[in-house]
Write a new protein. Structure first.
Length: 537
């Protein structure tokens, strides 16, 4: 989570503050989306962009000529208040009376109950305003729970960190959440530049985020194939400060930069609106995609946000001042509706294309599905090859119709070309910051990008939908340490002359590399030899 003002990662709450490195504790935090396992109705549909081919009989199986031998398979726990229950001691004095005797002149003692005392442990958190710090907050006495400390550096200065009494830095975050305890911390700022970078649509990688004490910051970006770089957008000033992919910036305190392309992703006809619960002045708004964290849009000094966007789930962050105090709010908003994706590819010198219409709630439900996205084991990984979803069923029919006059091998290559050319390779780390993240086939179609397992899963789902026997090939043994891989494989009954295959259950499953735009079914990638083959039942 980022801070609107300084760009630092935040433990909880708002991501950004108004270009000053500060977040207050009294923010409004939206509910996280509720995970669901409900079945959804996929209302996807498609439009043909090329003439319907004539129906002809497929070619007869070809003679198999194998080149080489077959390949084997192979803290915080929530702390509640501590109370000590004290037993109630009731002293009952019974005065006995003898038969016929008069009662004693002493009054009978009454039955009494002592109140139960409640013991609270009180902590004092002291915060000290150090060099070049405009203000600090969060100090005081706490009976337990957490304390949220915040610091605002002076204009033109960077936040260096929270220092303990021994002079050690315990955190470099302007907003620092700690367990309540007896502690003294000093907030210190100084010269330098702190850069936070957001990726806009069409951006592949960025570099240069971090703190620069004296040297000039250097930033660099790369774009996806077919994208044109627009420039480095400074959220604080609202201007493009450089149009070069690699740029050297001036030393200037704290900056939030966005690497932008000419892409129009997110710029649709649906309306995204939000009004803060408290009237704020001097506001900064930043809107990002909820699932990937990618930059969508920003605004300054508006009381109500209103943007034209594509259907999606968006995080809205607003920061401003109320009665002289800096406040921030965050809200997640679902904008549902239908939208279209266009797919174009080429096979054997002929151009093909289609336009597909999606309902966003179907994509959103897949994103929110309660399933392990870093699955381990065959069964868990094969679950992602969902060839029964209505989108995959209809798209498989479309591809089958387009290739009905081809041989089995040509049809497999036709679909492989489709998967290869409509997607671009992107690491999971660059997609949403996770080291491993398996996608469903429809998610990869929606994103039009993914890594090796995503495109292999998509290919297997489409081919399985067309009636082919398919398998996932996993390369994760010790010999592939640090360069694990996943590919697909398909059974071609007539075989592929010279093709590379795995002999499984008496069938020859031919290797399919989905991350290359040029490799065909049966082409061998020499780097990956011995694999674990998972046949999709």
């Amino acid at each position: 989570m980022y801070c609107i003002r300084c760009g630092k990662d935040l433990e909880e709450g708002a991501k950004f503050c108004s270009n000053c490195g500060f977040k207050v504790a009294d923010m409004v935090v939206c509910d996280e989306p509720v995970e669901t396992e409900k079945e959804t109705t996929d209302n996807s549909r498609y439009t043909y962009l090329t003439p319907e081919p004539a129906i002809v009989e497929p070619e007869k199986p070809k003679h198999i000529e194998n080149r080489g031998s077959s390949k084997p398979t192979d803290f915080f726990n929530k702390v509640g208040k501590i109370t000590i229950a004290v037993a109630i001691i009731a002293l009952i004095v019974v005065v006995a009376f003898s038969a016929g005797q008069s009662p004693s002149n002493d009054p009978s003692p009454e039955k009494t109950t002592d109140p139960t005392p409640i013991y609270k442990v009180s902590y004092e958190v002291k915060v000290i305003q150090g060099n070049h710090i405009k203000s600090v907050s969060g100090g005081g006495k706490y009976d337990g729970g957490n304390a949220t400390l915040t610091a605002i550096p002076e204009d033109g200065y960077c936040f260096w960190g929270w220092y303990d009494t021994s002079g050690n830095i315990v955190s470099t975050d302007t907003t620092y959440v700690i367990k309540a305890q007896n502690i003294t911390l000093k907030a210190v700022a100084g010269e330098g530049t702190r850069i936070t970078i957001l990726k806009g649509p069409g951006i592949d990688t960025v570099d240069g985020e971090g703190y620069y004490k004296s040297s000039a910051p250097k930033v660099k970006a790369t774009v996806f194939k077919g994208e044109k770089f627009k420039g480095w957008y400074d959220v604080g000033s609202g201007t493009i400060i450089s149009k070069s992919l690699s740029a050297t910036l001036s030393v200037s305190g704290t900056r939030i930069l966005v690497a932008l392309t000419e892409s129009t992703d997110y710029k649709g006809s649906e309306i995204l609106e939000y009004t803060p619960s408290t009237k704020l002045t001097d506001t900064i708004w930043i809107v990002t995609d909820h699932w990937t964290g990618r930059y969508v849009d920003s605004a300054r000094n508006v009381e109500k946000l209103s943007l034209n966007v594509d259907p999606g789930r968006y995080d809205i962050e607003v920061s401003g001042f109320s009665n002289g105090k800096l406040k921030s709010e965050t809200k997640t908003v679902l904008v549902d509706g239908q939208f279209q994706k266009e797919y174009n590819w080429k096979y054997n010198g002929k151009n093909y294309g289609m336009v597909w219409t999606y309902t966003y709630s179907v994509i959103d439900d897949l994103h929110r599905k309660n399933i392990d996205r870093s699955p381990d084991g065959d069964a868990a990984q094969k679950k992602f090859v969902d060839y029964t979803s209505s989108t995959i069923v209809e798209m498989s029919k479309f591809l089958a119709e387009k290739s009905q006059n081809m041989s089995s091998a040509d049809r497999a290559n036709f679909v492989l070309a489709f998967v290869q050319q409509i997607t671009v390779y992107e690491l999971d780390e660059d997609y949403n910051g996770k080291s491993d993240y398996f996608k469903y086939p429809v998610e990869t179609l929606y994103d039009r990008r993914g890594d090796c397992e995503d495109t292999s899963i998509l290919y297997c789902a489409l081919m399985k939908g067309m009636g082919y026997d398919v398998a996932l090939c996993r390369y994760t043994s010790e010999e592939y340490e640090g360069r694990g891989h996943m590919a697909a494989a398909v059974w071609i009954s007539e075989g592929i002359p010279g093709g590379t295959y795995y002999n499984m259950s008496g069938k020859e499953f031919y290797y399919c590399e989905t991350t290359s735009d040029t490799m065909r079914v049966g082409d061998d990638w020499d780097e990956y030899d011995t694999g674990h083959i998972m046949i999709i039942a």
